[in-house]
Structure formats: structure tokens, C-alpha cells
Design a protein. Structure first.
Length: 245
């Protein structure tokens, strides 16, 4: 068994280089919610050094709130902003001898697209316009995945190691209790259940089916690096290989 392990990087709040030695794919902030050109270039160089797949991590233009503020922007604006951010990382990756392989929206853009079909379609069309061979990463079972498939894109359904789930398979909003799993043991147990059994226990208690094709490891947590090592050890003990392909 194998699983892709991804991390959101280039956001100025984690040990990016060390995390890149533990994951198989990286989602690099493209300057709207966090990051800048120099950080993007450095992350690309490290990703190439460690053989990690390079992904664009476009977000809302909301640096003040780290891209976590709900916004009601026209679909055309979302399309253009997403295309702009992907293009910036594509140019940097190309200049370093690499290429962008996937796109994963960030924060509230990701969450809104998971439930809003028109927003999800705008993002999918932007990804397709940037490069129809790009993989679109979205919340497992969400509108993002459906829109990407409708646009003819390859998708990768994502689950979260340290986020609480609701009975419909959506994430518990960060403003509500149970949104973040503080216990490393609980987060690892949840991840293993999703990867090995395709199930996650919702905060309400019932088990929910989930298609785990990639696991997100948040790079901005206080002990992200230590948790990443624990998760890799748990995978290795169960013969679960970490691989992008």
C-alpha cells in the first residue's frame, strides 16, 4: 500500500526544508494569502533537491487573515486570480528546471469550493487553462473533485490528519469545537483509519466513508515536524509507502 503525503509550505511559519524531506508532495503558497517570489523559488529548489512533487497553493487575497476569511468574489475573479497564482509558480519552477504537477487551493478558498459548485468550476477551469495535465487536489467527496472531473482533469482526493470531520464528510469549521485534533495519537489513528479502511469517525460519533488518495500534513503547526516524523514511522510500521506516483 502507498499514499501521497503532502504539506502546505512557503507560508513563512514552518520548517519547510525539513518537512520537504518527509513528504512526497508540496503545495507552495503563491503570494496571495502568504509567501512571496523569493520564498517560492527557495521552496521549488528544495523540492527539486529532495525529489518532492511541486504544487501551486493559490488562495484568497487575504494576507491579514492568512486566507481564512470567507469571501464572495465573482467566479470570473476567482478564475483569474487562480490562473495568475498558478502561472507565477509555473514560471519559477520552469526557471529552476522543474514543473508544477498539481494545484491545491488554500484555506477558505479550498473550503468554499468544496461546497460551492460554481466556485469549484471556476477553479477547475483556471487549472485546466494553466495546464490540462495538472492534478487538482480537493477535499474527498467534495464539489471541488466533481468539478475537476467534469472539466476533464485528473483529481486527487485529500484527507486531513489533524482536522475533525462532520457526518457529511466535510471538515468541522475552524470556529467550532473539534475542528483541530490536538492529540498526536488521535491524529495518527484517524489517518491510519482513512488510509487503511477508507473511513473516518465524525465528531458526532458515526463512521463516514472517505476516499484517501493524499494526506495533508499542516506545515504551520507548532510541532509539525515532530508529528510528520511520527506519522512516517506509523506508516513504515504498517508497510505503507509514502509516494507521489
Amino acid at each position: 500500500m502507498k499514499i501521497d503525503l503532502n504539506a502546505d509550505l512557503g507560508e513563512g511559519c514552518g520548517n519547510d526544508r525539513a518537512l520537504l524531506q518527509l513528504v512526497s508532495s508540496a503545495n507552495i503558497a503563491c503570494g496571495f494569502h502568504a509567501g512571496d517570489a523569493e520564498t517560492m523559488r527557495q521552496c521549488v529548489r528544495w523540492a527539486l533537491e529532495y525529489g518532492v512533487a511541486i504544487g501551486a497553493h493559490p488562495g484568497f487575497p487575504d494576507r491579514e487573515n492568512f486566507g481564512r476569511t470567507r469571501m464572495a468574489l465573482p467566479a470570473e475573479t476567482i478564475y483569474t486570480q487562480t490562473l495568475y497564482q498558478i502561472g507565477a509558480l509555473q514560471a519559477i519552477a520552469r526557471s529552476e528546471g522543474g514543473k508544477v504537477t498539481h494545484v491545491k487551493p488554500h484555506g477558505m478558498l479550498y473550503n468554499q469550493a468544496a461546497e460551492d459548485a460554481s466556485l469549484a468550476e471556476a477553479i477547475a477551469q483556471a487549472v485546466r487553462a494553466a495546464d490540462p495535465h495538472l492534478i487538482l487536489v480537493g477535499l474527498a467527496g467534495s464539489e471541488s473533485v466533481r468539478a475537476a472531473k467534469s472539466a476533464g482533469l485528473t483529481t486527487r482526493e485529500e484527507v486531513f490528519a489533524d482536522r475533525g470531520y462532520q457526518a457529511d464528510g466535510s471538515l468541522v469549521p475552524r470556529s467550532q469545537p473539534g475542528a483541530l485534533i490536538e492529540s498526536d495519537e488521535q491524529a495518527i489513528a484517524q489517518t491510519l483509519a482513512m488510509v487503511q479502511r477508507a473511513k473516518v469517525r465524525a465528531v458526532s460519533g458515526e463512521w463516514v466513508s472517505v476516499n484517501a488518495e493524499t494526506v495533508c500534513l499542516h506545515g504551520d503547526g507548532a510541532h509539525a515536524l515532530a508529528f510528520a516524523r511520527q506519522l512516517r514511522e506509523a506508516f513504515a510500521a504498517r508497510d505503507i509507502a509514502v509516494s507521489y506516483g
